[in-house]
Design a protein around this ligand. Structure first.
Ligand SMILES: [Zn+2]
Length: 125
């Protein structure tokens, strides 16, 4: 088990030198690493050298458009949708859309017709 298990790191210009060494170290410690480099051939070499848990993204980190693309890629590969974080045991009020915890069987919204009624049972039927 490494110190960085489950962590995601983005290391820019990591095709050589210290940055490449850092990327290797991170992967050894259990992280998933995204590395960037301007040159495709150098980038491929670096990805090969790191060997696993690495994605190479060609681009110039000083270029904002490239940075956007970089973070898009990272998000798609490793990011979580807001929906994933939502507790599945929550129930959504059919009247007002309020998200209520599973432990609560009435809608928490005072304006709602289900407020103080057994909203959860209604919802389940
Ligand atoms: Zn409601």
């Amino acid at each position: 088990m490494g110190k960085l298990d489950g962590k995601v790191a983005v290391i820019t210009a990591a095709t050589s030198g210290m940055a490449l060494a850092t990327a290797k170290l991170f992967v050894q410690e259990g992280a998933y690493v995204f590395i960037t480099g301007r040159r495709k051939d150098k980038l491929d070499e670096a990805v090969k050298a790191i060997g696993r848990n690495v994605t190479g993204i060609q681009g110039d980190a000083s270029d904002l458009a490239d940075l956007d693309r970089l973070y898009d890629t990272v998000k798609k590969k490793k990011g979580k949708d807001a929906d994933d974080d939502k507790d599945e045991s929550n129930w959504e009020c059919p009247y007002c859309g309020t998200d209520n915890p599973a432990t609560r069987n009435t809608c928490s919204n005072r304006e709602c017709p289900l407020y103080r009624r057994a909203g959860r049972d209604w919802h389940k039927n």
